[in-house]
Design a protein around this ligand. Structure first.
Ligand SMILES: [Zn+2]
Length: 382
């Protein structure tokens, strides 16, 4: 791989461009304006490689003593049609942003070379032009490199760099609070490490908070937090609220968003490994169903006192879970049935509330595609 640095020096009104390169090229082939071309092993120019922009420099083959001033530094890696601008931190950041805007991949080599200069600098990460995409690319490219010498002051970027350096193996509350600010690509990478059991959670609430599902990261999480230490009556009231929020979201998710609900293992359904809905206190946290979650937080629901279901057939959390399981299955099947037989489009539907299961079922539906043969034909479901 060829590599080069183009240094521009000024004196009075004169300007000179020195290309310091590994293997010499014909600058005309690359449209480069070069006055001198020297190999990077040449002692005459080696001090230029480390010089700072603004510095006065003596170059033996140029006239004058120390009167040349370095005005810009550009780094070429493997191609000569684009360069990293190393003149200042701001110029470098701008060149990264331009790379990204032109869909060009950032070379790992430049990250390797500059990581200790740029990554510990809060000013670098806090530059308003460094967006989520660029952050993700920089961190993911850095992932397999040697650790930086120091971390930035900014906690968020410190966490990202530490994840990349394999220095975080427990996700705590602080990390959970930052979780959804972490770029998606990086979260995916971390979730893979979690699945491989290389990263664990401080506790179950932290686990819930980092799941990309509103039922887990909001509805269930809030219920567990609110119910803690409350009286039985209050727990029952909170449980009713939890139930309605859950049912609403399940219905919305599967019917409006046309996505299959997958809430395993919390609500075991479909191809869940779990067949017996009995408490299994020794399960691994990540395999908890509502039974173990409620048990873990000492939450007991008084089903006798609950007015949620008209025919009070549900006597226990296990019964409740069974009814949820079949409801999730019902919704997942209903989603398929709501695709119009004739044109395949999702039909408009009306919901009926069923007191028996305290949940919504689809009452009827019709296709609203004007060009469909079945347009406006009402289909009843029971
Ligand atoms: Zn149709």
């Amino acid at each position: 791989m060829n590599k080069a640095m183009l240094c521009t020096l000024n004196k009075d009104n004169a300007e000179t461009n020195i290309l310091i390169i590994k293997n010499k090229i014909d600058p005309a082939d690359y449209n480069l304006n070069v006055d001198y071309q020297l190999e990077d092993t040449d002692p005459d120019v080696q001090h230029l490689i480390n010089a700072q922009v603004g510095q006065e420099i003596k170059v033996d083959f140029l006239e004058g003593e120390n009167s040349w001033k370095l005005s810009s530094k550009k780094m070429f890696i493997s191609h000569f049609d684009y360069a990293y601008d190393l003149s200042s931190l701001k110029d470098f950041t701008d060149s990264l942003v331009t790379f990204k805007a032109n869909d060009r991949e950032i070379d790992t080599e430049i990250i390797q070379m500059l990581k200790n200069d740029i990554f510990p600098a809060a000013a670098f990460w806090e530059n308003e032009n460094i967006d989520q995409d660029l952050t993700a690319e920089l961190i993911l490219k850095y992932w397999d490199l040697e650790s930086v010498d120091t971390y930035p002051e900014n906690d968020f970027y410190k966490i990202l760099l530490k994840f990349a350096d394999d220095k975080i193996n427990i996700i705590n509350q602080k990390i959970a609070d930052y979780w959804f600010e972490i770029p998606l690509q990086i979260r995916k990478k971390i979730n893979n490490l979690i699945a491989a059991d290389e990263i664990k959670f401080e506790n179950y609430l932290v686990y819930l908070q980092t799941r990309d599902n509103i039922i887990l990261n909001t509805i269930l999480l809030n219920f567990l937090k609110e119910a803690e230490g409350e009286s039985q009556e209050s727990i029952n009231n909170l449980f009713e609220k939890f139930h309605y929020q859950l049912i609403d979201e399940l219905t919305k998710y599967s019917l409006e968003k046309d996505k299959k609900n997958n809430l395993n293992p919390i609500i075991p359904h479909g191809d869940s490994k779990r067949k017996e809905l009995e408490l299994q206190p020794k399960l691994n946290m990540m395999d908890y169903s509502l039974l173990e979650i409620f048990d873990n937080y000492s939450i007991e629901i008084d089903f006798e006192a609950l007015n949620l279901f008209s025919e009070n057939e549900l006597k226990s959390l296990s019964d409740y879970l069974k009814s949820l399981t079949s409801h999730v299955e019902y919704l997942n099947q209903m989603r398929e049935k709501l695709k119009c037989d004739s044109c395949g489009q999702m039909m408009e539907y009306e919901l009926d509330y069923s007191q028996e299961i305290a949940a919504y079922k689809v009452g009827n539906a019709h296709c609203n595609n004007l060009e469909c043969d079945n347009f406006d034909q009402k289909i009843k479901f029971n």
